[in-house]
Design a protein around this ligand. Structure first.
Ligand code: MG
Length: 261
């Protein structure tokens, strides 16, 4: 099932997507939202972020090739960081190059997990029971802040608009071998299967829930494949007018335009 949040002019609503038609829900499917008799046309609504996460947890260096391209080593334990929830934007909204640090903003295509049930110390074999569904994410990053100025990642990963999510959440999805792709202005920059994840989805849920309580709506970004802009020669950073598309096989395309703040 595909679930989305949208605004039909009358405020935020949840819906079930069936082809080009949305069946309106009485509330969030993460709570007790159920189908109503109302429908809307997908083409006539504004798509909102598919979830308002209580936390956004992200993994770094989770594809070996990417860990090596940015001069890292392949880790024995996942490296985990947080992105501010205020950074979330929807499919179709703009990524803003920050007024203070507009020059080294980079893309990162990622498969995102949406948690459906509260859990702590979740065993790998039980991970699936705690996952509501999956969506696409762009872990937008200001490399100057992340790498040189701050030397930790809070600001570089959390400027407003630095976490596009969507367009919707797919609940029937096998994340073990799907292509994660990023296109910049139509050109493929990243393309790798999730089978190359160092820590797969069950391992990630087990690891993260080993130190923090996962609650419904929590989003976990699973890491980005090789091909980020900063690792290219010469580097490729986002510029005003660019269009990024994160395409996860079976999940659809998350498209955002780049503008100046
Ligand atoms: Mg990332």
């Amino acid at each position: 099932m595909k679930y989305l949040r949208f605004d039909d002019g009358g405020g935020a609503k949840w819906g079930e997507l069936r082809g080009e038609e949305i069946a309106v829900l009485s509330g969030s499917p993460l709570e007790d939202g159920i189908r109503t008799d109302e429908t809307r046309a997908l083409a006539k609504v504004k798509i909102l972020p598919p979830v308002q996460p209580p936390n956004i947890v992200a993994l770094g260096k989770n594809y070996a090739e990417h860990a090596l391209e940015i001069g890292g080593v392949v880790l024995k334990e996942p490296v985990v960081f947080l992105k501010a929830t205020s950074a979330v934007v929807a499919h179709g909204e703009d990524i803003l190059l920050p007024r203070t640090h507009p020059d080294e903003v980079d893309y990162e295509a990622e498969l995102a997990v949406v948690i459906g049930k509260t859990g702590k110390h979740i065993a790998r074999e039980k991970a699936k029971e705690y996952i509501f569904g999956y969506t696409a994410a762009n872990d937008v990053s200001a490399r100057d802040c992340q790498q040189r100025i701050d030397k930790q990642w809070a600001r570089g990963k959390s400027f407003d608009t630095f976490c596009p999510l969507g367009p919707w959440i797919e609940t029937e999805f096998d994340p073990s071998d799907v292509m994660v792709r990023l296109k910049l202005n139509g050109q493929t920059m990243q393309e790798q299967s999730t089978r190359d994840l160092i820590f797969d989805v069950p391992a990630i849920v087990a690891h993260v829930s080993g130190f923090m309580t996962l609650t419904p709506g929590t989003v976990i970004l699973t890491g980005t494949p090789a091909g980020v802009g900063m690792a290219r020669t010469p580097p490729v950073f986002l510029r005003e007018g660019d269009v990024t598309e994160v395409e996860i096989e079976g999940l659809g395309v998350l498209r955002n335009k780049v503008c100046r703040e």
